[in-house]
Design a binder for this molecule. Structure first.
Ligand code: ZN
Length: 203
């Protein structure tokens, strides 16, 4: 399903698309799908992700199901401006790990005529808005919220449950430390959680 009807696509201007949701909701899959379609149409595509995320590969974005696209690792959002050259479409994965400069960077790129597609977690493990996603959602032309399935009850899930006691905001690459949870099954009571994760690895 296309999020944006083709007949309604903007002409002679750029725009911002945000894909957001919990872990295991298919954000990267959706980002890759859009970027692949642009490549098939012979559009020039550049893909960036933060250097903090070294899961699976340092030079690719890889969906949980194993689809791979080459990407550029950058340490700060402003590196994207310098690194994207003359491309038509700029993809950004794991946007929640960038600083708030990403908001201005996306705005600048869109104003310069680029299609900007940003994917990221919209809530942290406490269910709080994960900067800079709220700011990106505010300025985006198009928003897609992806839902996972609650690993406890099977309801639609938009939250990422940490299943260990760690109080760190970011536990990169620790896929087995998280579950997708619905509103009802999600808890911020870390004291109730085990010290070590258990169960299968969903990364
Ligand atoms: Zn549930």
């Amino acid at each position: 399903m296309d999020t944006i009807p083709v007949k309604n696509l903007p002409q002679d201007t750029g725009w911002i698309e945000v894909i957001c949701g919990s872990m295991f909701s298919g954000k990267t899959e959706e980002l890759i799908r859009r970027l692949r379609r642009a490549q098939i149409a012979k559009q020039r595509v550049a893909i960036f992700k933060p250097a903090i995320d070294t899961r699976y590969s340092t030079e690719h974005i890889v969906s949980h199901s194993g689809i791979v696209l080459p990407s550029v690792l950058v340490t700060c959002a402003t590196d994207i401006l310098e690194g994207c050259g003359n491309v038509d479409v700029v993809g950004v994965d794991e946007a929640q790990f960038f600083d708030t400069d990403l908001v201005d960077v996306c705005e600048t790129l869109a104003t310069r005529g680029r299609r900007v597609i940003v994917a990221g977690l919209d809530q942290d493990y406490l269910g709080k808005p994960f900067d800079p996603m709220p700011q990106l959602l505010a300025i985006a032309e198009y928003i897609t919220k992806t839902l996972a399935i609650c690993m406890v009850c099977g309801n639609p899930a938009n939250r990422t449950q940490r299943v260990t006691r760690s109080g760190e905001r970011v536990l990169v690459g620790a896929g087995d430390a998280y579950e997708a949870r619905c509103r009802r099954c999600f808890t911020t009571d870390l004291a109730s959680l085990p010290a070590q994760p258990s169960g299968p690895d969903f990364a």
